[in-house]
Design a protein around this ligand. Structure first.
Ligand SMILES: O=C(O)CCC(=O)C(=O)O
Ligand SMILES: [Fe+2]
Length: 399
């Protein structure tokens, strides 16, 4: 097997680690109640760090389709679209049922003469009421993150998949970007494997996430930790933990933590290369690559709204291949929170399972969303690769 470069290429000097050189000023003596300290940190600290990826509306999708984790949504309300999801919504109440009930209360003597005409007169009003009720139900359903009538499970949480790959035709999204022969997607699709990362590796990686995220955490339901740039959700903002801790960061993360993270990244990179028939060395780790922790707390800012459908290539620009390493188990650790590939006719879900790697080409052939988490806590890592060396970032490492 080919050795992956892991984004350690010409691009690495320009990566999130550039901000690392600026770390080191605000060192703390020990490991205090940091979350509280950060909540009261001056606003400017939070704003100087970790700019979120620029929110961009997926071009390939209809209005109402919004970017997911790591990007602010374009609209505040999520108008449900009449695209792939529409046919799968549950049936509307029948508009004429209301008028039928009215007719049943009428004295029977009047029924024969007046009922038909009155029914006709009342029908439009009943229809409007019925349509209104349907619309309200759909809006409520949508706002609750109701299921999309998902019909197919690509990967059940209980199965242990050696590997499952489904090829789908590539979208045109890649045409507007510089192409890299032997890397830019010509074969597109999605795969899931439980054979690349062990459950023990997933458990250890998750404890890195827990350690980092315990230092902060979003006020809303979605927190991120980016070990490359140092970005960490704190309250309604982000701080740069490398800048905040300086050299003391070594009291938080260990060399073994970073080594494990690198190993895992490399295994995922090899799996992607193999599945798409490209060289692992042609792939560059890109940003944002980050841990996510999601719970059922209500969203406080747009950054917490992880559930919107999006296309990674459109949302994040540099992504050519996206992968997700799940660190907790659907229905054991959390409810809701399934990953959904949105498709005409039948959406396909991936049920998270610790150690499960889901990967796919990042264009609109793989429009997707995450269901709202209803209970518990869901951990995952988004690991992204670009074919463009200029977009490469380095693995996390101590200076
Ligand atoms: O956590 C997941 O399952 C998906 C996250 C995602 O879509 C993203 O980071 O772009
Ligand atoms: Fe995504």
């Amino acid at each position: 097997m080919e050795e992956g470069r892991g984004g350690l290429g010409p691009g690495e000097a320009r990566c999130g680690c550039a901000s690392r050189s600026a770390h080191g000023s605000a060192a703390l003596g020990a490991r205090p109640a940091i979350a509280r300290a950060w909540r009261s940190a001056p606003r400017s600290t939070a704003e100087r760090v970790a700019p979120r990826p620029r929110p961009r509306q997926p071009r390939a999708t209809s209005p109402g389709v919004r970017p997911g984790l790591g990007a602010a949504p374009a609209f505040r309300l999520a108008p449900r679209r009449a695209g792939p999801m529409a046919p799968q919504r549950r049936g509307a109440p029948k508009a004429h049922e209301g008028s039928g009930a009215t007719e049943r209360r009428r004295p029977s003597s009047m029924k024969s003469v007046r009922a038909p005409r009155e029914a006709w007169r009342k029908w439009p009003r009943a229809a409007v009421l019925g349509a209104g009720a349907t619309l309200a139900a759909l809006l409520l359903w949508g706002s609750l993150g109701g299921d999309d009538g998902v019909t197919e499970v690509l990967a059940h949480r209980s199965e242990v998949l050696p590997g499952r790959f489904i090829e789908v035709p590539c979208s045109e999204d890649y045409d507007s970007h510089r192409r890299f022969e032997g890397c830019s997607p010509t074969k597109c699709g999605r795969g899931v494997t439980d054979a690349v990362i062990t459950r023990d590796e997933a458990r250890r990686i998750r404890s890195i996430a827990e350690k980092g995220l315990s230092l902060g955490g979003s006020d809303g339901g979605a927190s991120i930790l980016d070990l490359h740039s140092g970005a960490l959700s704190v309250g309604k903002h982000f701080v740069n933990l490398y800048r905040y801790f300086g050299d003391k960061i070594e009291n938080i993360f260990s060399e073994e933590d970073f080594q494990l993270y690198r190993d895992v990244r490399q295994k995922v990179q090899l799996a992607i290369a193999q599945a798409f028939g490209i060289s692992a060395a042609s792939l560059y780790l890109t940003k944002p690559t980050f841990f996510s922790r999601i719970n059922s707390t209500e969203a406080r800012t747009a950054h917490d709204e992880y559930w919107h459908a999006h296309v990674d290539k459109v949302t994040y620009g540099s992504f050519d291949y996206t992968s997700l390493l799940y660190l907790s188990d659907y229905l054991d650790d959390f409810g809701g929170g399934r990953f959904v590939f949105m498709e005409e006719g039948a959406n396909k879900t991936v049920e998270p399972r610790a150690g499960r790697v889901s990967f796919f080409t990042s264009g609109s052939e793989n429009l997707h969303r995450v269901e709202k988490v209803h209970w518990g806590t869901r951990y995952a890592v988004t690991i992204a690769f670009s074919c463009n060396p200029d977009h490469g970032i380095a693995d996390p490492a101590f200076r």
